[in-house]
Design a protein around this ligand. Structure first.
Ligand SMILES: C[S@@+](CC[C@H](N)C(=O)[O-])C[C@H]1O[C@@H](n2cnc3c(N)ncnc32)[C@H](O)[C@@H]1O
Length: 352
């Protein structure tokens, strides 16, 4: 287990503070951070206050990003005014997150899957079809259109894999399995919840679609190396501690072909449930005491840490933040929709 302060550079939203902090380490000279040509370590996105929100909540940010090591280094001048826009520059990869033996897959891992399975509150939620989301998430649809259906010439030039076999890690009620199966892909869904997979099996039959369903923990995927052309995982990996996240990312890397794609989301520190509940790792991992996900591990990252976790195995094609009101309203013990908002980093990586 690594100490957060040691392995994760403490990232501040204050640009000058970040620049000072990073240039002090000597790893990233100040002029490079300030230069728009320095792309590798700069994560840059804009965040707008939601004009419809009375609360002091930033509800929308659907920009763009970043780490465009492939992109043009010429600064494009926007002609559009950008009121209320606060720019953040977050410096990534200042400290390494992975130890070299972990990159080989040697991660100390000893825990009781039975206990995790029992704590998986999603299992109970899946008993009632009422709480099961059936439409694919917008971000997944965007991912399909941009990276698989009609990739740009630049994306095509970097892709060596034709996407046929897709793994949905933590498939839940199966909404992304139905989506990709209907589009004609070979799909595999894995999840820890048998309530979830039983529901999906029945729904697949009703829709006359087929998919392979596997019950397993995300940290131990019973799949061959390079079995999938793409892995997607939405709102799942955040239910792991940092160490388990690394294990999951290693497992995804192992089972996704070189050149294949990884669509993944992580909870961001901007989510309203950040720091709520029992603290497991300061500022990073909490277990909420209330709400539909009580008792479940929740890990929150910032953009830099998200990038650093994926970088050893995946080239980051895109990383953006997506924020939204609760997706499930009215579920047993659901959080108050006026208080809750979700905030996730959406990352599209390409297996190195
Ligand atoms: C928020 S739901 C997301 C479901 C689906 N990806 C979607 O977007 O609709 C989280 C899912 O992660 C699964 N899950 C939680 N912990 C898990 C673990 N350790 N291993 C595998 N699946 C897990 C839950 O059973 C649940 O289906």
């Amino acid at each position: 287990m690594f100490r957060k302060e040691e392995q994760f550079g403490k990232i501040s939203a204050d640009v000058d503070d970040v620049i000072k902090r990073c240039s002090k380490t000597g790893q990233v000279p100040e002029e490079k951070i300030r230069s728009t040509r320095f792309r590798k370590a700069c994560v840059r996105f804009s965040i707008r206050q939601n004009p419809n929100s009375n609360a002091n909540i930033t509800a929308v940010s659907r920009p763009f990003l970043i780490l465009s090591r492939y992109g043009s280094t010429k600064k494009k001048k926007s002609t559009r005014p950008r009121p209320n826009t606060k720019e953040l520059i977050i410096v990534s990869l200042v400290n390494s997150v992975w130890k070299s033996d972990e990159i080989k897959g040697a991660i100390n891992y000893a825990h009781d899957i039975e206990t995790i399975a029992k704590k998986n509150r999603w299992h109970n939620l899946f008993e009632s079809p009422k709480w099961i989301l059936l439409n694919p998430a917008d971000e997944v649809v965007d991912f399909y259109r941009k990276y698989i259906e009609s990739p740009s010439r630049q994306l095509l030039a970097r892709s060596s894999v034709t996407i046929k076999n897709i793994h949905d890690l933590g498939c839940g009620g199966g909404r992304h399995l139905y989506y990709f199966a209907e589009l004609g892909f070979n799909v595999t869904g894995s999840d820890l919840s048998t309530n979830g997979t039983n529901y999906v099996a029945a729904e697949l039959e009703r829709r006359q679609l087929s998919a392979r369903l596997v019950v397993c923990p995300m940290t131990e995927l019973p799949f061959e190396d390079n079995e999938f052309d793409a892995t997607i995982s939405r709102a799942v990996i955040n239910h792991a501690t940092l160490q388990d996240m690394k294990k999951v990312i290693y497992e995804v890397a192992r089972t996704t072909k070189p050149g294949g794609l990884f669509f993944v989301t992580f909870s961001s520190e901007r989510a309203s449930d950040w720091k709520k509940g029992t603290e497991v790792l300061k500022d990073v991992t909490y277990i909420p005491m209330h709400g539909p996900e009580r008792g479940l591990v929740h890990t929150f990252l910032n953009a830099a840490n998200t990038a650093a976790l994926l970088e050893p195995f995946f080239l980051i094609e895109e990383l953006y933040i997506s924020e939204h009101p609760p997706l499930i309203v009215g579920a047993p013990e659901a959080t108050d929709p006026n208080e809750y908002f979700g905030s996730e980093y959406v990352v599209i990586g390409r297996r190195r």
